[in-house]
Design a protein. Structure first.
Lengths: 109, 697
């Protein structure tokens, strides 16, 4: 699992590369737990290279969902592979989180 | 006398008899006509009798049980000296005393002959005893070869006994040569003094004294026999008494050699003892682990041994604090303040945790500490993994420590670290064992939560399969019969694995049984039990208060009403239900929305959950499962997928529930062959029957 960051004034983009399982989700949790993240307006998750997400990986997003909402930080996923999107949908997360096809769509949210 | 102590010993009795015969012959020879017997035996007979007696005594001693007990060399020497040697010397002393008191009258008397013969007997016995004691010492840790050499020596000495029986005296040169060779052999054997090395310093001193005494006793006999020359010569000429002479020579020479070896060993005795002590300390340190001792005891042992072997006047063992223990520091004649002052001074010079010795504390930086000690030695207790602590040893004199003591201490330290790490390994493995045992219990408890008896009715068939990837799993399913020919079926999956997940499984089952109770306030039958979406909302509420933030549960609840031939279900983030519609002859997934439990913890969950009603037809098949099935991977890390599961049902929908399950599992196992199981797998197949004989419609 590799996480690449790209930050602008209002947006933080995290590109996930690999499999988000129990061990690598700790890395992601560290990133999302940083206090400065709550000062941005948007957190964009680039899922193009995300091949697999386990329940532990989903748990990381779920655990930060409420905090982000309270701080008015938008969490947007884009470039999601069909397989991964299916996992989000089965769990019903697509009704809670914003999942858009492309980076341009994400920027427009 | 051994001969008297063991009257039943045949050899002892024969020895005594032969001595009596010798006495009789001596008396008759020295005092012709004594007691009216006019028979005078030839001198040769006395010699033969004496040889016979000597031979028997030596045989007797040879056959006696081993006198050396373990490594009690001093005891052996003491018994020899206080037993036969003292007796013989006492007897000689008595004879001399009588000669002094009664000059003239005793010489040539019967008493004189008796005493003399008695002394000869005692001397022979002493020689035999001494030589066999020497044999025991010589054979201590001796080789097979030495054993053979000794037997040869015995045989050769035995042969010299026969010299007495020669009718003529051999030429002096030959006798001297034979004697010389045998004496040399004895001298060679006297070099075998391995036992000396096993004596402590004190024992060596005792051994020197005892050996001196034995040489002294031999000397007394030589003087005695030289002094007391009788008409009949029991001792000498040399060839006839070669055996006794050689034995006396060997007895004395071995004692002399032993004495010298012991003497030369005395200066090094301390070093030997120290080495022995070090080895013993090592053994004790090692044995501490085997006896299952604590690290505290290992530290104490190390501390005591270090003080003892280095002769330190004061010491401090500083043990690095770990989270599980407070303070293990040990002090000996030193205050904590002095100790920390020393360690601070060392730290100033970056010498903390290093091997170090300083033999002059009165100068340099240590002088300002004003310690009442002249020398300091420090040894760290450390392994490649971590630092355990330091030992500080102090001595009053300056120049008290050297490289040697440092290296001994280092050996101790590494053994101690080894012991501690082994102990930790043992403790860790015991902990792991305990956790495993507890997991087994948890596994058994969880197993008891899985319904063993599937519901049986004419209307449907149910077949189930559930395997956990680890000891305790996160998958669950349960059944509950409700009044009015209804059956509630719950299936679900807790995120995460292990014991936490298992707890949530138990919790979920509790919630299921608690919520599926009849509501007494219900206005009609249909409202007595919660519909699935209500159930999920209430469950979400209950779980929201206890699930950790990143944990969630997926579940599906089905309430099958087989009186009316329909079912209602809600899917809370759980896998889609696979269904065979017999009317349409089609297999498809129910695509219903629904959010997992524990994801949103405030009000508003009910917006995310829907009920789905369906009227089933006979022959319909419902396959419900957990993601462990569809996400199972093959060797290429490809997932099993919903599509493949759907295909399996398309191939097998017409079979019994049990056979459908078997068909799916066979394919799944084929797919995952050789791969480890990543997640728990649960699969339920429910088939609605086409005929219900006797159904109460």
């Amino acid at each position: 699992m590799k996480i690449t960051q790209h930050a602008t004034e209002t947006t933080l983009t995290l590109a996930l590369n690999g499999e988000l399982d129990a061990s690598s989700s700790v890395l992601l949790d560290n990133e999302l737990s940083k206090p400065e993240i709550l000062r941005t307006q948007k957190v964009l998750i680039d899922c193009q290279q995300l091949n697999y997400i386990s329940s532990a990986g989903l748990g990381v997003f779920i655990s930060h969902l409420q905090t982000f909402q309270d701080a008015n930080v938008k969490l947007v996923f884009f470039n999601m592979q069909e397989k991964v999107r299916n996992v989000f949908e089965i769990l019903g997360l697509d009704s809670l989180m914003t999942i858009v096809p492309s980076e341009a769509d994400a920027a427009a949210v | 006398m051994a001969v008297l102590r063991k009257p039943f010993s045949l050899l002892g009795v024969v020895a005594l008899l032969s001595w009596l015969a010798l006495l009789a012959a001596a008396l008759l020879y020295a005092h012709p006509g004594l007691g009216g017997v006019s028979l005078s035996p030839p001198a040769g007979l006395i010699l033969v009798l004496q040889a016979l007696f000597t031979g028997i005594v030596f045989l007797y001693e040879r056959k006696s049980p081993e006198r050396l007990r373990g490594v009690d060399f001093i005891g052996l020497l003491q018994r020899l000296l206080l037993g036969p040697a003292l007796l013989a010397v006492g007897s000689v002393g008595l004879h001399q005393l009588l000669q002094m008191l009664l000059p003239g009258s005793i010489n040539g008397s019967v008493l004189h002959t008796v005493l003399y013969t008695l002394n000869v007997g005692l001397f022979v016995l002493l020689l035999a005893r001494t030589n066999y004691a020497w044999r025991a010492l010589m054979m201590f840790r001796g080789s097979e070869r030495l054993q053979r050499q000794w037997v040869a020596f015995e045989l050769l000495l035995g042969a010299t006994l026969l010299l007495r029986l020669l009718p003529y005296a051999p030429p002096a040169a030959i006798s001297a040569a034979v004697l010389g060779v045998l004496a040399a052999f004895g001298a060679y054997l006297s070099g075998r003094q391995k036992w000396v090395a096993y004596l402590s310093r004190r024992q060596k001193l005792e051994a020197v004294l005892l050996q001196l005494a034995i040489i002294g006793v031999m000397g007394i006999f030589v003087v005695y026999f030289l002094d007391t020359r009788l008409g009949f010569r029991l001792v000498g000429p040399a060839p006839q008494n070669a055996f006794l002479l050689l034995n006396a020579f060997f007895a004395s020479f071995y004692a002399l050699m032993g004495l010298l070896v012991t003497l030369f060993n005395l200066p090094t005795a301390g070093v030997f003892e120290q080495k022995r002590e070090e080895i013993l300390t090592m053994q004790r340190l090692t044995q501490l682990i085997q006896r299952g001792q604590t690290t505290d005891e290992v530290y104490q042992m190390f501390f005591d041994s270090a003080i003892q072997t280095t002769g330190a006047n004061a010491a401090w063992l500083h043990v690095e604090a770990t989270d599980e223990a407070d303070n293990h520091d040990l002090y000996y004649q030193l205050t904590a303040d002095q100790g920390s002052a020393i360690s601070r001074t060392l730290a100033e010079f970056n010498l903390g945790n290093l091997e170090y010795f300083n033999n002059d504390l009165s100068s340099g930086s240590f002088s300002r500490l004003k310690l009442p000690f002249g020398s300091l030695m420090v040894m760290p207790l450390s392994s490649s993994k971590r630092q355990y602590g330091n030992i500080y040893l102090l001595q009053e004199p300056v120049q008290a420590f050297d490289r040697e003591s440092l290296s001994i201490l280092q050996t101790f330290a590494s053994q101690t670290v080894l012991s501690i790490e082994n102990l930790q390994l043992i403790q860790a493995s015991m902990r792991t064992q305990r956790v495993q045992d507890e997991l087994k219990i948890a596994s058994a408890v969880q197993d008891s939560l899985i319904p063993k008896n599937l519901p049986i009715d004419n209307w449907f068939e149910i077949s189930s399969y559930a395997v956990a990837a680890t000891e305790v799993g996160g998958d669950f399913y349960d059944f509950l019969h409700l009044p009015g020919r209804r059956l509630a079926v719950l299936i679900g999956d807790v995120s995460g694995k292990g014991v936490t997940a298992a707890f949530h499984v138990a919790q979920m089952k509790g919630i299921f049984h608690a919520l599926m109770q009849e509501n007494p306030l219900a206005r009609n039958d249909r409202e007595k039990y919660p519909v699935p979406s209500q159930f999920m909302t209430q469950a979400n509420d209950a779980l929201g208060r206890c699930l950790e933030k990143s944990a969630f549960i997926t579940a599906s609840l089905y309430i099958i009403d087989y009186e009316h031939g329909g079912f209602v279900f809600a899917r809370a983030g759980h896998c889609h239900t696979l269904y065979y519609h017999s009317i349409k002859e089609e297999v498809s997934y129910f695509q219903t929305p629904g959010l997992g439990l524990g994801i949103i913890r405030h009000d508003g969950y009910e917006k995310h959950i829907k009920n789905q009603f369906y009227d089933y037809n006979p022959g319909d098949v419902m396959v419900i499962y957990t993601d462990g099935i569809v996400e199972a991977r093959d060797a290429a890390q490809e997932e099993y997928t919903e599509e493949r599961l759907q295909r399996m049902l398309e191939e097998s929908y017409y079979l019994d529930a049990e056979q459908i399950k078997a068909h799916i599992l066979a394919d799944l196992h084929e797919f995952t062959r050789g791969q480890p199981m990543h997640d728990d797998q649960t699969l339920l197949v429910i088939k609605f029957r086409s005929t219900q004989p006797g159904a109460g419609l």
